[in-house]
Design a protein around this ligand. Sequence first.
Ligand SMILES: O=C(O)C1=C[C@@H](OP(=O)(O)O)[C@@H](O)[C@H](O)C1
Ligand SMILES: C=C(OP(=O)(O)O)C(=O)O
Length: 431
Amino acid sequence: MDVIVRPTARLSGEIQALSSKNYTTRYLLVAALAEGTSTIYYPAHSEDSDAMRRCIRDLGAVIEEDQEKIVITGFGKKPSDVRELNVGNAGAVLRFLMSVAALSPEIKFVNTYPESLGKRPHDDLIEALQQMGAEVEHQSGKLPITIRKKAFQGGKIRVSGSVSSQYLSSLLFITPLLEEDSEIEVLHDLKSKVVVGQTLEVLEQAGIHIEASSDLMHFKIPGRQSYQAKEYTVQGDYPGSAAILAAAAVVESDVTVYRLEEHSKQGERAVVDVLKAMGVDLTHQNGVVHVRGGKPMKAGEFDGDEFTDGVLAMVAASVFAEGTSRFYNVENLRYKECDRITDYLNELRKAGARVEERQSEIIVHGRPEGIEGGVEINAHFDHRVIMSLTVAGLRAKQPIRIKDAQHVAKSYPQYFDHLKALGADVEWIEQ
Ligand SMILES: O=C(O)C1=C[C@@H](OP(=O)(O)O)[C@@H](O)[C@H](O)C1
Ligand SMILES: C=C(OP(=O)(O)O)C(=O)O
């Protein structure tokens, strides 16, 4: 399915932010690793969170669900003897479950998105699992991947953090369950460091004890721990809401988004400050962000690693700012659903934006007068490319058509409904 995005003069109204994808995947996982029954209120409903639900059910968790909650009886340290898991296109779900798979005799992760997750690297996690005694079959670090328990155990583990924080998070989830105490040393750099803060927060809520150095490069994890069964409430999602806020910033608007906690550990909460720095008229109080958009915006320089899943939406906003913006420290965007530097900038350029790339930077020469549009956009299987090109399209002179926009459902299936409710001229087209 394609989406046509037409120039839109004004957005107004109120929406409830979608539920956080990253907290939902984590709460589902810690509930599955507990032996009792946990309840998660307001879980996200998207392809990625569904992938985690499906996989933990395959691994033996018992799940009951109604409109507002999901009740899970976990399998603890003993997953069922399942042979195959399908994580769809969900990177975090794959990486987190690769460690869980090492508790089983043999699990194969199949490759159902060869053009997206199938191209992403997992070498650093594979190497760490091998250090721990697991046997791993893989295709040069990529899917399909088969993991066998063999002599899997804790101890001293070294893992690189320079490509993704998900490898470290994965090890932090599994090591407390092992017989041995563990020490994890993070090698090189740790990208998306703030997301590891979310992992540690959830582990603590689940009753797990971990000693972390203040720079998050060293961890001491006592073994023989158990996840406690708990009640969790999922907060609103900043990465998805970033695209709504960017849309409200670039056209005349009066838009309110609820459920965005000011003190959230989601790094992408920084998008509120990024938009403010660009001169956008907004307030953020008591979990409510109120944007009055459409005024002139100015360029800025931002460390994108602090809000990794919000960068594309902020780049789309900066396309309409006066001056040259720079988003630096973003190389690991190249290893996500697509190459979010080269692929994304190619699509923005097609639509009329003036953008340049460096190995770890995105540079935007703003066009406050608007962009041409009138083109067809390749979504590259990437929900964040789809959402961000939509933001750009609202202020183009001619409509843009986003091919295969159904991939928005990876994280935010209601995105176009929410935009429509605010008055955006967006329309689904059957191919
Ligand atoms: O741990 C997580 O849930 C995530 C970590 C981040 O990935 P990287 O650590 O690869 O940057 C982020 O982009 C992804 O959407 C979710
Ligand atoms: C990169 C993302 O997710 P994942 O790595 O879990 O596929 C994302 O949601 O933008």
